[in-house]
Design a protein around this ligand. Structure first.
Ligand code: FES
Length: 105
């Protein structure tokens, strides 16, 4: 496991979603209440790119069919209506060091 710099701490506003690529891995970094969280970037319903989604309070919403996820651990809050169970997103450890936001892969 290695820590990678994703962006500068000041480059995101609250409720921003930032898509990053580290090697072959794509992820989204979210800022909520001044804290940063990172998950995989594809919705587990139909692979919609969640960097085009939005944050409402402490919830990540997929704009395609409105599945909702917890940005803290990637867990599913609610699947799309009538879709049945969907898998959680992958969650990545995040830390801020000397003004840089770092993600561990
Ligand atoms: S693709 Fe995200 S809810 Fe359907």
């Amino acid at each position: 496991m290695t820590w990678y710099k994703v962006t500068e701490e000041g480059s995101l506003k609250n409720e921003d979603i930032f898509k990053a690529k580290i090697g072959n891995e794509e992820l989204i970094l979210m800022k909520i209440g001044g804290k940063f969280f990172a998950t995989s970037h594809l919705c587990t319903h139909e692979n919609y790119d969640l960097s085009e989604g939005f944050i409402d309070g402490e919830t990540l919403i997929c704009p395609n069919h409105f599945a909702t996820f917890n940005p803290v651990d990637g867990s599913v809050i609610s699947p799309p209506e009538g879709a049945g169970d969907i898998s959680p997103l992958k969650s990545y450890p995040v830390k801020v060091e000397n003004g840089s936001v770092m993600v561990e892969l």
